[in-house]
Design a protein around this ligand. Sequence first.
Ligand SMILES: NC(=O)c1ccc[n+]([C@@H]2O[C@H](COP(=O)([O-])OP(=O)(O)OC[C@H]3O[C@@H](n4cnc5c(N)ncnc54)[C@H](OP(=O)(O)O)[C@@H]3O)[C@@H](O)[C@H]2O)c1
Length: 281
Amino acid sequence: MKILITGAAGQLGHDLITVLEPDHKLYPFDIDWDITDTAQVQADCAVIKPDIIINSAAYTDVDGCESNVDLAYRVNAIGPHNLALAACASGIPLVSIGTDFVFDGTKATPYDEFDIPNPQSVYGRSKLAGENLIREVCPRHYIIRTAWLYGQHGHNFVQTMLRLAGEKDTLTVVNDQIGSPTFSLDLARRIKELMVTGWHGTYHVTNAGEASWYYFAKMILRMAGFDADKVKPMTSAELERPAPRPAYSVLANYACELRGLEPMRPWQEALAEYFASGGAQ
Ligand SMILES: NC(=O)c1ccc[n+]([C@@H]2O[C@H](COP(=O)([O-])OP(=O)(O)OC[C@H]3O[C@@H](n4cnc5c(N)ncnc54)[C@H](OP(=O)(O)O)[C@@H]3O)[C@@H](O)[C@H]2O)c1
């Protein structure tokens, strides 16, 4: 298949290329192919004639979105809308990546695909707007919500913890936000599997299990050979960040389960593969 990938220089974009390249002809585009440019998206899709579009581009700076609201909505809502219109015009599917931040975090059990979103941040609201615009114009969509992504390319929590562990005696990390750390290579593999099923709809895809950022940080340090006791807990209130984060945003991969797909492996196992395959590259 001919697959057009946006945000190809991002951490998920890299892994999508790794996973899809052996079997498909890829058209990977980075920031230079601006998904908010409606005319360019339409024109290039008409020339390339992809069989599927995968959108991994987004404005992912959660705090930055609070002060750059228009940019957040342009990239996270209008961009996916442009891609959905192009996909619809060609009658092809669109895969677009969503976030756990569409939920408010007040539940005590994992959010499934049938729970009602209630985003609390500009990032979450703009991403939900993107989801809804896709649903309005492109029935052949796969909206794949994920969470707490880390991969071998790009900036992420794992790399930040490793850098700080090398520089500091103590790392304070929030202990009152719970989620599911997810290896972007595992997400890319599941996208590859889902995108050819024809089961259009909304899916939660994360590694199994849950952790606080504090516990996740301890596990990162332990696996990397640092003293995990360097990590000390703190509260979100102490951190004072511009965007509110959901206190609990574990995603139940319920739609995949109902479809009979293999459960994703536990996040600890995926983290071990991250280190076994060389960590950041
Ligand atoms: N990271 C997480 O923890 C997380 C959690 C839940 C969901 N997600 C979602 O998962 C997806 C992939 O995330 P990621 O971590 O791979 O993000 P990422 O590393 O930030 O990659 C996103 C890419 O999109 C590019 N981009 C930004 N604006 C663009 C535009 N207008 N047109 C084209 N490209 C543009 C970025 O370029 P620049 O870097 O040059 O700006 C970057 O290369 C996103 O939809 C994100 O919302 C991520």
